[in-house]
Design a protein around this ligand. Structure first.
Ligand SMILES: NC(=O)c1ccc[n+]([C@@H]2O[C@H](COP(=O)([O-])OP(=O)(O)OC[C@H]3O[C@@H](n4cnc5c(N)ncnc54)[C@H](OP(=O)(O)O)[C@@H]3O)[C@@H](O)[C@H]2O)c1
Length: 294
């Protein structure tokens, strides 16, 4: 799936292109499933055009799972035929090159595995950045999405108590991940305040909640956002890119094997329905991760 201009979901078109091949330190997979991240439709819309212009026609997609079918120079410890999941480029495709990967856990389907890389990397990065410690309470705004699902489970594993905000339909889901749930409807700041002291807070939805999070923590250093560009005006840190994907994949494999991490597939779509998956993701109420099946 490629796009020849910035635009709505309809610019994504199935296209025949030469197969990619791995460079040194990379592998190629026959893709089985692709994780759909908001990053993908932000790229397609042109939201990164100033910081990272692209050449058209462009591929899209970072996360994927599949079966190794080519191994680049210098790569050791992985063989053709092994199932893996990881991050690469232009993964909305039958074949894709990955630059970070790990063996696919036996416990995860290809569809589930494709959903993990970016959200686990982000979750580990933001928990570290906000500096919340075991025994403390973390407030998570936007707790039911992909990143939220990972944050809640990784925080629980580390002994951090979590209060999560989500829509009415996701209250039970948030509770099932070990958090105390409340909605983000008007009055959410007071509802959260009544639940107890907040030591740190994460904004994972960019829904304009930073002032409320500041009010609840009393300190901009105790708030981190991954989605609200108003952060700097309030002295709040915006967590950009820069995490360690290999660390994240290793952590994901370990947590999944111990039954501590499971991110559900909200809905899966055939690859050629990527435009529908983008439109659904953009609607803003994904539970877990949406995936494309190849
Ligand atoms: N800076 C970075 O490094 C980085 C990395 C990854 C992602 N991101 C960004 O972070 C955001 C979240 O990513 P994601 O993959 O988790 O997205 P996602 O899976 O699409 O989840 C979005 C979530 O936002 C929630 N939400 C919608 N309206 C809300 C509101 N008013 N208050 C609180 N929550 C609300 C939804 O919950 P309900 O369904 O319960 O309404 C939904 O679960 C995206 O904007 C993405 O681009 C940034």
């Amino acid at each position: 799936m490629r796009f020849a201009e910035y635009g709505g979901p309809e610019v994504l078109q199935p296209t025949q292109v030469p197969e990619p091949h791995p460079g040194p330190g990379q592998i190629r997979i026959a893709v089985r499933a692709v994780g759909v991240n908001p990053h993908d439709w932000r790229l397609r819309e042109g939201q990164f055009r100033r910081i990272r212009p692209i050449e058209f026609p462009s591929g899209v997609g970072q996360d994927a799972s599949g079966v190794v079918d080519e191994v680049g120079d210098g790569v050791t410890g992985i063989e053709v035929g092994e199932p893996v999941f990881g991050r690469g480029a232009n993964t909305y495709a039958e074949y894709a090159v990955l630059s970070s990967w790990a063996p696919k856990p036996d416990e995860s389907s290809f569809a589930e595995a494709a959903g993990y890389p970016s959200v686990v990397e982000t979750a580990i990065r933001v928990i570290r950045l906000v500096g919340v410690q075991p025994g403390q309470t973390l407030l998570v705004s936007g707790a039911a999405g992909g990143v939220g699902s990972a944050v809640l489970q990784i925080a629980r594993e580390r002994g951090i108590a979590v209060i999560g905000t989500a829509g009415a339909a996701n209250q039970d889901y948030v509770r099932s991940l070990g958090a105390v749930a409340t909605t983000y409807d008007p009055g959410w700041v007071e509802r959260v305040r009544r639940l107890g002291r907040i030591d740190a807070a994460l904004d994972l939805s960019g829904a304009g909640v930073l002032r409320g999070l500041l009010d609840l923590t009393g300190d901009p250093d105790k708030v981190v956002t991954i989605a609200d560009l108003e952060a700097s005006m309030l002295g709040i840190r915006f967590a950009g890119v820069g995490g360690d994907m290999t660390e994240a994949l290793t952590a994901a494999v370990d947590l999944i094997a111990r039954g501590k991490l499971h991110i559900p597939v909200d809905r899966s779509y055939p690859l050629d329905e990527a435009a529908t998956a983008h439109a659904d993701s953009q609607a803003g109420h994904t539970r877990g991760r949406r995936v494309l099946l190849v």
